[in-house]
Design a protein around this ligand. Sequence first.
Ligand code: NAD
Length: 481
Amino acid sequence: MPKMADNRTHLILENYIGGKFVPCARHIDSYDPSTGEVYCRVPDSDTEEVEAAVKAAQEAFPDWSSRSPAERGKVLHKLADLIDAHLEEFAQAESKDQGKAITFARTVDIPRSAYNFRFFASSILHHTTDCSQMDHLGCMSYTVRSPVGVAGLISPWNLPLYLLTWKIAPAIAAGNTVVAKPSEMTSVTAWMMHAPGVVNIVFGTGPRAGDALVSHPDVPLISFTGSTATARVITEHSAPYCKRLSLELGGKNPALVFQDADLDECIATTVRSSFSNQGEICLCTSRIFVERSIYPEFLKRFVEAARQWKTGVPTDNGSYNGALISKEHLEKVRGYVKLAQAEGGQVHCGEGVDALDLPERYRGFFMLPTVISDVADASRCMQEEIFGPVTCVVPFDGEDEAVRRANGVRYGLSATVWSRDVGRVHRVARGLQAGLVWTNCWLIRDLNLPFGGVKDSGIGREGARDSYHFFTEVKTIAVKH
Ligand code: NAD
């Protein structure tokens, strides 16, 4: 693992190409969101650096792809061991780089990053291919799967190492080699992860390093997690090469709370689902539809609970939330609250209502959990992804109305349903336009099962079998005997 600099000097990151750190001539600043100060300098890679990384990945492919899944699995386990052994260093770095609370990094980001490697090291051993017999033609057919080649992986800033390893692990487990480009805003933990030579990491911005990867003719596959707007550009720029794309995009996730819900459980979980990681999780709840008979009680109790969701210094063990990723993002999120107010929305807590008390040094991009009511479904706050600690609460009458309004957005990533009526839970879950529906819970994930969105929330699914299919090419062979 590369040496971390002390607090007085900035880290200067280097690309990781062909198993070696390679300096880059140009850099961009990356900030500590809690102080607003420069934390590190990230390579500003472009076509030349991406070209070198693709070449290294191509050279590593014949050896890596010819190894057995079990042999490749051993390398994945080693990576997981390394992350586990340095969990605290990784968690501190992730918290400083992204602004997130250290407790979240320690209990979610970093353990899951290690688990991603362990999970795919094991799951790759259990896939089978298909076989079919056509006796009347004296023929049998079967399928074989092979790695695709050099996989291009592009990830966002909100769960930096977690989402990057969610791509690297299945890609290399299936025998591909990789060129990965993490977000330019959160590159440190990817740089700390001492990956094997089959994983090449180029740092830099989307329009330069990211686009060079997307437009590279020898990268047949792109797995992307990020915004819907960027996905459109990636789709366009990869079209001339007919690349295979997996797109995991934004969300505008509803919670549907029926009058028979267990309100204690529902409120505690919905506060967590709305505000965890500063609301900067694609699966965060941002529209809460509450059955009218319990709406006043829900709103009152939800606002009280939101006020208890402590925003503070990220390194403080007692903070649930830290700072938002950047000044620009904070301004964008605040802009939505102002817009809601201008349209007659009522802000019950958080932004503009409650004061944040932080030590002098922490002049970064903090914002309190904010709850808004009295907004129309058509308003931008109810339609667009805010990706911050803001959620809207509105009443509904009846199951059909709730489902129709929940579906009334461009996105379709996830949803939660709160009811004790088992029939309703199944009906509503079936009716919701979303890739994932949680009922009476949130964020419980079996990695074997598909993850992904519908509508503007994405194309494709990831998970044990889905990732294996995405990262391999299938061939059907017919043999006449
Ligand atoms: P973003 O789209 O701005 O950036 C994501 C990545 O794409 C970064 O590495 C960026 O450098 C790169 N990029 C930007 N422009 C590019 C281009 N033209 N070509 C190639 N690469 C380019 O997204 P973000 O702001 O980093 O992340 C937040 C978004 O990610 C939100 O919309 C959130 O919902 C979404 N997200 C989705 C999931 C999911 O699993 N569905 C998970 C996390 C985040």
